[in-house]
Design a binder for this molecule. Structure first.
Ligand code: NAI
Ligand code: 15L
Length: 272
């Protein structure tokens, strides 16, 4: 375990939902946070560095990664979308990021992958780290690409990455599906810290979920990481039962781990 493990931690997607949650809570990880996004970043801390960067632009990505010894990669398209933006941000963007990392000392990477890499597994299935991918969207497919790319850079060059298949990282679980998929903000912060404080990381698959009684994912291969989620969506079950209509048993929200994403169409560039 390292005390202050990093000199400069890059946070991509820093203007996004999780970026805004995590930024103020990671001060103990690095001397400097470098915040990057294609969108404007509101209210940075005065000690933070702010950079505008399109992940699809290799020169901008190179400058963004230069001088960083850790990368929290949150940036990109985070839901289903037409293939063009996904291709640019999540596929070309990942390639640009890993090539820049290779040129700049191989900073450790926390890759925000997603449960939508395995979304067509049933909620009655229990998954370990070696399960078959069953992506439910082009978005999920792009995260499968990201995991495969990271694995190749590890096997070929020793580039360390945490492949974190985040479930539903919200302040509280919001529906019946999230009783299985929820990742609390506190547990996410603790996971980011564990990933960057570990002496050695390698390239593990990590299920990004709290200790949910109704969870679907097995993290028992991660004893060495020192991350023990503390929260449990079950705490909110009574409120959800009382306030959120229970979906029909044969509805996607009840059947599949990826929920409604399994039902989404292939979005066209200028169509629905
Ligand atoms: P978000 O959509 O709020 O934030 C993503 C950020 O990436 C945005 O600020 C956006 O401007 C930026 N971005 C998009 N295209 C870009 C480009 N071409 N170049 C540079 N920046 C670009 O997403 P959120 O919720 O904060 O999630 C963060 C990451 O975690 C995403 O990669 C998402 O796929 C992943 N994730 C999130 C989950 C959640 O529950 N919030 C669940 C599973 C995965
Ligand atoms: C994700 O991958 C998305 O980024 C997020 O917006 C949620 O939809 C989450 O998965 C989820 O499955 O709840």
């Amino acid at each position: 375990m390292k005390d202050l493990p990093l000199n400069r931690l890059l946070i991509t997607g820093a203007a996004g939902g999780l970026g805004r949650v995590l930024r103020p809570r990671l001060a103990s990880l690095a001397r400097v946070l470098r915040l990057a996004d294609i969108a404007p970043i509101a209210d940075p801390d005065p000690r933070d560095e702010v950079m505008s960067c399109d992940l699809a632009n290799p020169a901008q990505v190179d400058a963004m990664v230069s001088g960083c010894d850790g990368i929290l990669h949150l940036g990109g398209i985070s839901v289903e979308a037409p293939f063009g933006p996904i291709l640019n941000a999540n596929i070309l963007g990942l390639y640009n990021l890993y090539e820049a990392a290779r040129r700049h000392g191989q900073p450790r990477i926390f890759f925000a992958s997603s449960n939508h890499t395995v979304g067509f597994w049933k909620q009655t299935d229990r998954l370990g780290p070696d399960c078959t991918f069953r992506p439910d969207t082009l978005y999920g497919v792009s995260k499968v690409f990201g995991e495969a790319l990271a694995r190749m850079y590890f096997d070929k060059f020793g580039q360390e990455t945490a492949l974190v298949r985040i479930g539903s990282a919200t302040a509280q679980p919001e529906n019946h599906r999230m009783l299985g998929s929820w990742l609390s903000h506190n547990d996410l912060v603790a996971l980011v810290e564990a990933v960057f404080r570990a002496d050695r990381l390698g390239c593990p698959v990590i299920w990004g979920a709290s200790a949910n009684t109704r969870g679907w994912w097995d993290n028992s291969h991660l004893g060495w990481l020192g991350w023990t989620p503390q929260d449990n969506a079950e705490t909110f079950r009574a409120r959800i039962e009382a306030t959120v209509p229970r979906p029909a048993p044969d509805a996607a929200l009840s059947l599949y781990q990826g929920g409604l994403f399994t039902e989404l169409p292939i979005h066209q560039e200028d169509g629905p």
